[in-house]
Design a protein around this ligand. Sequence first.
Ligand SMILES: NC(=O)c1ccc[n+]([C@@H]2O[C@H](COP(=O)([O-])OP(=O)(O)OC[C@H]3O[C@@H](n4cnc5c(N)ncnc54)[C@H](OP(=O)(O)O)[C@@H]3O)[C@@H](O)[C@H]2O)c1
Length: 264
Amino acid sequence: MSSSLSGTAAVVSGASSGIGRAIAVGLAESGLARLIVHFRKNSEGAEETAEMARSHGCETTTLTGDLSIAADREHLCREAFSRLGVIHTWIHNAGADVLTGDAAGESFEQKLDRLWQVDVRGTILLAREVAIEMRRKATPLPPSMIFIGWDQACEGMEGDAGMMFGSTKASIMAFASSFAQTLAPQIRVNTIAPGWIQTSWGTETSGYWDRRARQQSLMNRWGTPQDVARAAVYLADPQNSFLTGQTIAVNGGWNRRGEERADD
Ligand SMILES: NC(=O)c1ccc[n+]([C@@H]2O[C@H](COP(=O)([O-])OP(=O)(O)OC[C@H]3O[C@@H](n4cnc5c(N)ncnc54)[C@H](OP(=O)(O)O)[C@@H]3O)[C@@H](O)[C@H]2O)c1
């Protein structure tokens, strides 16, 4: 990946696995100088991500915090700025996992509460604190924040997953649009809306969802965390200083042709 990230510093929230890890490593590969890998409880995963980033010459430390807890958000923000000084990019990637592990067995209401507390409320309140600090530190080109939405959030998908991820991810996408309007021209704000990305749920899912994920992408495959990371590197690049208020769907292009393909 080629970009102008050299000499810059970033925080990636939720970087102990999946998409967050790929973004952290993608930024490091692209010349990022200093990085904070945020995690909640998977310290081993966070350290693995940090090692991967260090192997690309990026000075990396880890920092824990639960985004649903105010004291943790305050600590994360304060400690990140104290360690890095200036932060050029903050990627708000952390999201509650309600599909695998213990949470998978919870009720719709419990899952919705988790998503709301972490992906929406916690992320919004943290981002507002980060913006205050970013505005205090001068950078030659505007620093940026990147949010993670979902490509189907506003279009709709049937079932509980569609209703809970749709309502929460559409909320954070809407917040990011207003945040971009609020913070310009000092801070750029963009959103990535991933489609079917093969992280932990995608590797264990049924044949039905596997086929459906492939069919719904014009590229006829699952997306990878690295596909999302490439978009994040592009949006984070300070040279792309005319890019704000945008949402990029990283979904291989939505297949409006149904199951029929030209080569079928
Ligand atoms: N995978 C997809 O197809 C897809 C599609 C659209 C959007 N997304 C979004 O992309 C983001 C990353 O997804 P992923 O699939 O890579 O998920 P993942 O592997 O489960 O990673 C989620 C990350 O968020 C952290 N996290 C979870 N709860 C937290 C909390 N309460 N406070 C702070 N951090 C917390 C986790 O930390 P610990 O593990 O250390 O606790 C982990 O680092 C999420 O926002 C997700 O909604 C994913």
